[in-house]
Design a protein around this ligand. Sequence first.
Ligand SMILES: Nc1ncnc2c1ncn2[C@@H]1O[C@H](COP(=O)(O)OP(=O)(O)OP(=O)(O)O)[C@@H](O)[C@H]1O
Ligand SMILES: [Mg+2]
Length: 455
Amino acid sequence: MATRAARTRFACRECGYESPRWLGRCPSCQAWNSLEEFKPAVPALVSSSPRPQTLADVDRSPDARARTGLSELDRVLGGGIVPGSVVLMGGEPGIGKSTLLLQASHRFAEQHGPVLYVSAEESIEQVALRARRVGALSRALSVLAETDVDAVMTAACAHRPKLLVVDSVQTVAASDAEGPAGSLSQVRECAARLTRLAKAEGIPVLLVGHVNKQGLLAGPKVLEHSVDAVLYMEGERHTQFRTLRCAKNRFGSTDEIGIFEMAEEGLREVPNPSELFLEERAAGAAGTVIVATLEGTRPLLVEVQALVGPAPFGGTPRRQVSGVDYQRAAIILAVLERRCGLPLHSCDVFINVAGGVRLLEPAADLAVAVAVASAHWDRPVDPGTVVFGEVGLAGEVRATRRAERRAQEAAKLGFRRCVLPRANASPVVLRTGIECVGVATVAEALKAVDAAERR
Ligand SMILES: Nc1ncnc2c1ncn2[C@@H]1O[C@H](COP(=O)(O)OP(=O)(O)OP(=O)(O)O)[C@@H](O)[C@H]1O
Ligand SMILES: [Mg+2]
């Protein structure tokens, strides 16, 4: 589409905040000196009148998705890659973005035909070294080490791949756009050109994106708006697990996650993550409990750990939380203090979720409460018990969705008891074959897991 330049605007390099004038400090992320000038391109007025179509006449088979062959990636994408779609994958440096996309490219090439992998960050030799290590040596997979976006587009038009991967959108540049590669105007322009290519030629494009200090995709926010799906690869770099989450998806749910394990031969899919997360659990230790959580439609059993100790005299008690939301953890500690009588105001509290997993749903609340109480009393929770339930400010335990699925997963993995919200302890759940103990309050839950006896 033809474009014409509009009035100059300014956008924050860190968070994408846009302003009509320059500011020394970004009002959104508070970063200093982060606003950069750019010229937004606006669509030119088209002289010939466009012809609207009725949707029923648009020829598009509903199931045109192409599976990548990595089922964990396909799950997050909503079943596979839609032709002509643009997917942006973000993640911290070294988390495994290039590895995953190289493996996906290989599998895709084996099934569907030519794939063009553009490496703008690494030399062909570096990519080849990785390809050999992860076994991505399909004859239909071609690699191009190129940083000029127009050269990439020319190669894509000549090669006509079934999938184009660009690693990364911050390192390619358009020679006729302002600024160095990675600057706002360059990222914006390159993404726009590649998106146009995807839509015009029907070639799906996978873009790698860097994340900034806040963990968000670096570059203009408009980048996230203009692509069809945004995936984030997460995980502690020092644990072997990697989680693929979906922040946006025009063609599927954003609830699903994919779980991988980083190994010598690349990222290995983890079809049954619960077993893996429980492998190294500290069964029988005080301060740990298993939560039955749900990621998308998939139940996941993970270990929540807590450590509670006296705070240094006169000092502020420390609260260190990893894997669960800090604000939710603060609420749970307040509930334990006010509703269950635990004197946590004078204690340091550390909370962690094993395996680098991030628990986002409120159903993990009860497990945090139980783990902290167990750590405080130094009394282990029965290792055959799993818990789940949302905790309210009155100390009540609220119902969660799909309790039956969670209880089933716990039963499958050999757990004997499930402490769950009373409202969920329906006959259906009770039929799962696991002993279900319905609780209405956190205090009841603590009694049920046997952590409250030696107070
Ligand atoms: N020989 C190896 N054996 C096992 N794991 C390796 C090996 N080489 C690299 N890795 C893993 O791969 C990771 C790097 O993966 P990759 O280069 O795909 O990350 P990336 O997200 O693309 O990084 P960047 O942002 O720098 O491009 C390393 O952090 C390491 O965990
Ligand atoms: Mg990389």
